[in-house]
Design a protein around this ligand. Structure first.
Ligand SMILES: Nc1nc2c(ncn2[C@@H]2O[C@H](COP(=O)(O)OP(=O)(O)OP(=O)(O)O)[C@@H](O)[C@H]2O)c(=O)[nH]1
Ligand SMILES: [Mg+2]
Length: 460
């Protein structure tokens, strides 16, 4: 594994921004990615560069060092934590191990970070849509890399005069067209599945339940939290990108609230009941993931975009948790989901190391929350600790979304009255000649469907 810090941004601040993460943090993450992809990391090398070499990205001394490390470890793959141009990939492969004479395949394969992530995605995608999305992401990744692959033929053609197209150029055009066709085809197929899903969502919205999506950095514990809250059994594992396809479950959090009430000191007034919710588990985010690839995960993006509240799960047992949190917030911003109400969940408090003065993980997480406001809770999705606090925090966030209504609902539309009772808060009820008068608060979706019965008696 090779990590390179490009220091040229110090000279040219406008063109490149430094990464949030240190070289070492980023390499540690690359090591997890490598393991997740099924490879065994054997060595890691770093370089801080003032001027990346256009041919090999790293300096010639480092190239030699890596070649020697490959020989010593009998390695067959070198993974770069940075994005490399196709030309750099090819030169590096030639430098490290050369090519097999019969197949022309490199003896030592060089991958960059994005290619590695795509490889993991390809291994993990289980649904048809997930697989199509990965293929689309692969094409999007390859498209700009196509141009340079045929330049060696270009040079052979000799002369670049008008009308004298070299074989390289022709082949490039054919390849570009094939790729465009494939991208169009994939998008069409994904569109078809997506419109099916949007129909499904429409049906779902008739339930008038608040929609909550669990988002966060990869491996933060999103699926584990989902399983805890909805008593489901989604695949959760100590892998990056264990989840690729979003899953939605109807979750009744009332039982967690009831548990809190039973444990509370006598005389504690019961909290207002939390309604049932629709809870979605989504694909995790990671730093340095090009937005074009994030965009390929449309199912996740659509779910996030249509949520009323986001639950942001943060693994506080990681030393990089703050940077990861920032990286997720940046990604949410990029996909235009930045303005939604967020419940911050500081997860894995059971795994936070004991601090020197003997405080438990729970205390440390609480200390981290000082001054962060009401929207943050500390939990362990694994042990269930803090689940009640989480439910209370989510209830408050959902309550903040409720809109005031004042309606008279005809007696023939009893289902609308039931809907208000189920998911809203009722302040006043009156039985009138023309129907049931209700004043109260309801979630935005129900508010819209009740608009036709609205009356305004606030002035009287
Ligand atoms: N100790 C501890 N481990 C946890 C906790 N929550 C989750 N984990 C572990 O962390 C790992 C990742 O959990 P997941 O729920 O798969 O994480 P995720 O955010 O869904 O990950 P991706 O789908 O890969 O993005 C698993 O090994 C979990 O058992 C927790 O509260 N405490
Ligand atoms: Mg998951």
């Amino acid at each position: 594994m090779v990590g390179v810090e490009d220091l040229s941004y110090h000279r040219n601040k406008n063109t490149l921004s430094p990464s949030l993460f240190s070289l070492e943090e980023s390499l540690a993450e690359l090591s997890s990615l490598v393991s997740t992809a099924g490879l065994t990391p054997v060595a890691s090398l770093t370089q801080r560069l003032n001027d990346p070499n256009p041919r090999t990205y790293i300096g010639t001394g480092k190239v030699k060092e890596i070649r020697e490390a490959c020989e010593a470890h009998e390695t067959c793959t070198v993974v770069f934590d940075n994005e490399l141009s196709p030309r750099q990939l090819k030169h590096l492969e030639n430098e490290f191990g050369g090519r097999d004479l019969s197949s022309d395949k490199p003896l030592i394969k060089v991958l960059d970070r994005t290619a590695l992530i795509l490889d993991i995605f390809a291994q993990r995608a289980l649904t048809r849509e997930g697989q199509l999305q990965v293929q689309l992401a692969l094409q999007v990744y390859r498209a700009p890399r196509l141009t340079k692959l045929w330049t060696h033929l270009e040079r052979q053609s000799g002369g670049n005069g008008v009308g004298l197209r070299g074989p390289g150029e022709r082949q490039l055009e054919i390849d570009k067209r094939l790729m465009r066709d494939r991208i169009t085809e994939l998008k069409k197929e994904i569109d078809a599945i997506s419109s099916h899903r949007s129909l499904h969502r429409k049906k779902r919205s008739q339930l008038n339940l608040p929609v909550v999506s669990i988002v966060g950095y990869t491996n933060a514990g999103k699926s584990t939290l989902m399983n805890l809250l909805s008593a489901s059994s989604i695949y959760a594992d100590d892998l990056l990108f264990a989840t690729l396809d979003p899953t939605t479950r109807r979750a009744d959090l009332g039982h967690i609230q009831a548990k809190a009430l039973a444990a509370a000191p006598p005389g504690t007034p019961p909290a207002a009941p939390i309604s049932e919710i629709l809870l979605t588990d989504t694909v995790g985010f990671i730093q340095k993931l090009p937005t074009t690839l994030v965009a390929a995960f449309r199912a996740t993006l659509e779910e996030v975009a249509e949520s009323d509240v986001l639950v942001h799960v943060i693994d506080v047992s990681s030393d990089s948790w703050e940077k990861r949190e920032q990286s997720v917030l940046d990604t949410l911003e990029e996909i235009n989901a930045g303005g939604k109400p967020v419940v911050r969940v500081l997860n894995k408090i059971d795994a936070v190391p004991y601090t020197e003065n003997g405080n438990s993980g729970r205390l440390r997480a609480e200390a981290m929350m000082l001054g962060t406001g009401e929207d943050t809770v500390a939990v362990s999705a694994k042990t269930g600790e803090g689940a009640e606090d989480f439910v209370e925090c989510l209830r408050k966030a959902l309550q903040g979304l409720l809109k005031d209504i004042e309606v008279v609902i005809p007696y023939s539309k009893g289902e609308d009255v039931n809907a208000i009772n189920e998911v809203g808060v009722v302040d006043k009820v009156d039985y009138r000649e023309n129907g049931t008068y209700i004043r109260g608060k309801v979630p935005p979706a129900l508010f819209n469907s009740l608009a036709k019965w609205a009356v305004d008696e606030s002035s009287s």
